[in-house]
Design a protein around this ligand. Structure first.
Ligand code: MBD
Ligand code: FE
Length: 312
C-alpha cells in the first residue's frame, strides 16, 4: 500500500514549523538548509514508502557512525567530497581559472601541526620495516608559471599497513610519522624521503564498511599521498597523487583519483641515483610539480576553515 501525504498543506506547514521558518530567532541559513534537507527526507519517505523499520535502522546506523567518528569517512564514500570538488571546478570554469594541478579531496585524516622542514624532509621514522624507500620531488609554481620559493608543501600518507599516524588502531606509530610541512627552497623545489605507502581500507566491521557492503561496494583506496600546497598571494591547493601501480588506482571508494594526479613510481637501482639522494639502496622515485592559482579578487574564494574530520 502506498500513501502520498508530502504535498498536503498540513505536511508543508509542518516542515516550515520544524525549521522555524516563520518564527523569530535562530540562524536564517541554518533554517533554510534544515528546511530543505528535512523536506527532501520527508519526500523520500513518502515516495519510496520507507517503513518505520527501515527508518529506525537508519537512525541506529547514524548513532553507530557518530560513536565511531566516521561521518567524515562515509562522506567521501558516498561521493559528497568529490561532488564538492566538481562544484569548485565549475566555479573556477565560470571565473576562467585554470587548475593545472587538479584539486582532489582532503579526506578525514589530516592532522595540523606537523614538523616544518626546509627544502627536504624525511617523513618516515624507519620503523616500518616492510616499507620500500621512496623519494618524491618537484617544483611548486606560482600563478605566473614561475617557481615559488617559500611555498608550503604539507604532505601526509599512511604506512604499509594502510594506517595513518594519530589514527593507527595498533598505536604503533609516533605522532606525526609520515606527516611534514616542507618549505620550498630558493628554486621553489621540495623533496622528501619516505616509504611507498600501501592502499587504505575502512575499518573492518565499521558502520562505514557495513553501508558500503550493503551497496555491494568495497571500502578500499589505492595507494596515495595527500598534499596541501600554499604560498603568499595564492589559493591553497588541496590534492593527492595516486600511485599508478596500485590495481585499485581507478577503483577508489573515496572517488579521489583524477586525470593528472596518477604518478608512476620509477625504480632507481643505479649507484649514481642512490648516492645522489643519500639512500642506502634501491628506491622508488616520483617526480611531480604543483601549480598554484592566484587569489580571486584578493581572496581565497575556496578557503575551507579546517574542521576536525577525524575517522577511526
Ligand atoms: C583516507 O586515507 C582517505 O584519504 C580518504 C579520502 C578517506 C579515507 C581514508
Ligand atoms: Fe588518505
Amino acid at each position: 500500500m502506498s500513501v502520498k501525504i508530502f504535498d498536503t498543506p498540513e505536511v508543508q506547514q509542518f516542515l516550515r514549523a520544524v525549521a522555524n521558518l516563520d518564527g523569530q530567532g535562530g540562524d536564517p541559513r541554518t533554517k533554510q538548509i534544515v528546511h530543505r534537507l528535512m523536506s527532501d527526507l520527508f519526500k523520500a519517505i513518502d515516495d519510496l514508502d520507507i517503513t518505520p523499520d527501515e527508518y529506525w535502522t537508519g537512525i541506529a546506523w547514524l548513532n553507530e557512525l557518530g560513536t565511531a567518528g566516521q561521518a567524515g569517512l562515509i562522506s567521501p564514500g558516498l561521493g559528497v567530497d568529490h561532488f564538492i570538488d566538481l562544484r569548485l571546478d565549475a566555479v573556477d570554469e565560470q571565473l576562467g581559472v585554470e587548475n593545472r594541478t587538479p584539486r582532489t579531496i582532503e579526506g578525514p585524516l589530516y592532522v595540523a601541526g606537523a614538523p616544518v622542514e626546509h627544502g627536504f624532509a624525511r617523513l618516515d621514522d624507519g620503523s616500518d620495516e616492510s616499507g620500500h624507500p621512496l623519494v618524491m620531488q618537484g617544483t611548486v609554481y606560482d600563478a605566473e608559471g614561475k617557481p615559488a620559493p617559500g611555498a608550503q608543501v604539507e604532505v601526509w600518507h599512511c604506512d604499509t599497513r594502510g594506517f595513518y599516524s594519530h589514527f593507527d588502531p595498533t598505536g604503533k606509530q609516533a605522532p606525526f610519522n609520515m606527516r611534514r610541512t616542507i618549505i620550498a627552497d630558493e628554486q621553489g623545489r621540495y623533496r622528501f624521503r619516505s616509504i611507498v605507502p600501501s592502499g587504505y581500507g575502512v575499518p573492518p566491521g565499521s558502520p562505514t564498511e557495513k553501508l558500503l557492503t550493503a551497496l555491494g561496494r568495497h571500502g578500499q583506496r589505492p595507494a596515495h599521498i595527500h598534499f596541501f600546497i600554499s604560498a603568499d598571494g595564492h589559493r591553497k591547493l588541496t590534492t593527492q597523487i595516486n600511485l599508478a601501480h596500485d590495481p585499485l588506482v581507478n577503483d577508489d571508494f573515496a572517488h579521489a583519483t583524477r586525470d593528472g594526479l596518477v604518478c608512476e613510481v620509477v625504480e632507481r637501482t643505479d649507484e649514481a641515483s642512490i648516492k645522489a639522494h643519500g639512500m642506502d639502496g634501491p628506491f622508488g622515485e616520483i617526480n611531480f610539480d604543483f601549480h598554484l592559482t592566484a587569489l580571486v579578487d584578493g581572496v581565497d574564494n575556496q578557503i575551507n576553515e579546517r574542521r576536525v574530520r577525524a575517522a577511526a
